[in-house]
Design a protein around this ligand. Sequence first.
Ligand code: DHB
Ligand code: MG
Length: 224
Amino acid sequence: MSSSNSELAQLQQQIQEAIIKTFAPEDEGLRNALTSAKETGLPEIQISPIQGKLLQLLAVACNACKILEIGSLGGYSGIWLARALPQGGRLITLEINPAHAAVVRNSFAKAGVGDRTEVRVGNALDLLPTLQSEAPFDLVFIDADKEPYPQYLEHALRLTRPGSIIVADNCIRQGQGFLPPQNDYTEGIVEYNRRVASDPRLTSLALAMDDDYTDGFTIAVVNH
Ligand code: DHB
Ligand code: MG
């Protein structure tokens, strides 16, 4: 039994690698963002290449010209998203740490997306109320601290239009995203999943899609 479990894990990994090689290879700009983030001491918790490509696909599917990201980390997801924008498109990413924001700006420039990206520094819950005049955003990607996910969702709903897509990372967390909350972290994602799944304004789904299929995005489309 354990041998077939490990064979399954190996097969899953081979499939992931083949999908990445075929559909989502990283270039110099993405690899540089990872190296710079690591040198800055940021945790290596960025999305996978497959998740990056899915963000691009969703951005193209909703004709995204304006994208909002909540939580920049090292700029890796921001590069995937910004590269899906058409000429004149704009990505605004919110980052609480000014030093990290500087690293992200540098990585964006090196990845060739400096012209269409803007890193805004501050607590997302302070910055989100200031974005109304720049709305609607066509895609919102939520990947910051987990406790306020339900509040980020309220802002995302206010700042989007019918057809916009709202994506949130880390909504499964080894299944904790659907269990009675264990702590503030899981309370945020449990409540987030509960709200998007039951909100009549949204069509939504959680997708297990990280390396070992135990974490992933919850994706919600704002209904027409
Ligand atoms: C954590 C946060 C993330 O956004 C992530 O993708 C993985 C882990 C964390 O806070 O542990
Ligand atoms: Mg994350």
